[in-house]
Design a protein around this ligand. Structure first.
Ligand code: ZN
Length: 155
């Protein structure tokens, strides 16, 4: 089966990130796809919107996808390198592929996931990089809260 166009899949995650931005939230989106590119679930970080720090783009997309028999052939597409929490989810459920929009603004567990045999693709997408970079510059405090850092704005 031919590999789906990862950039086309990323567009859904970016759409979610932009929805989050419009809601006043952290612009990180994600979507879970079947191996043929069929959308299973999509979501976005809603820490700010719902006051729930456990709703990350990946966890939201994962929950929206409902129960799947196997995750081996699924593709988790996210606008940003998955944090340790979401990397744990990928490992726990055996998601076979992670496609990330960027790993410039933040690097989570994708290197570790690669060592675990997960196929990791970094699209180095300029739109994803700019979207989050600008948001972090304007909201350093919320960002530090999201990544679990003490609130000491570094620049
Ligand atoms: Zn996460």
């Amino acid at each position: 089966m031919p590999r789906p166009d990862y950039r086309a899949l990323l567009a859904t995650a970016v759409e979610e990130a932009r929805l989050g931005l419009a809601e006043g939230g952290i612009p990180i989106g994600a979507a879970l796809f079947a191996s043929d590119g069929t959308l299973l679930g999509r979501g976005r970080n809603r820490r700010v919107q719902e006051g729930d720090p456990s709703v990350h783009g990946e966890t939201d997309a994962f929950r929206k996808a409902g129960r799947q028999r196997s995750y081996r052939d699924t593709i988790m597409v996210t606008t940003l390198s998955p944090c340790w929490y979401c990397s744990g989810l990928v490992k726990q459920f055996g998601i076979g592929t992670v496609v990330m929009g960027e790993s410039v603004n933040f690097q989570g567990g994708h290197g570790w996931l690669r060592e675990q045999g997960v196929d990791i693709v970094d699209l180095e997408d300029p739109e994803c990089i700019a979207l989050l970079r600008d948001w972090i510059a304007a909201n350093p405090s919320i960002w530090n809260e999201d990544i679990g850092e003490d609130d000491c704005p570094h620049g």
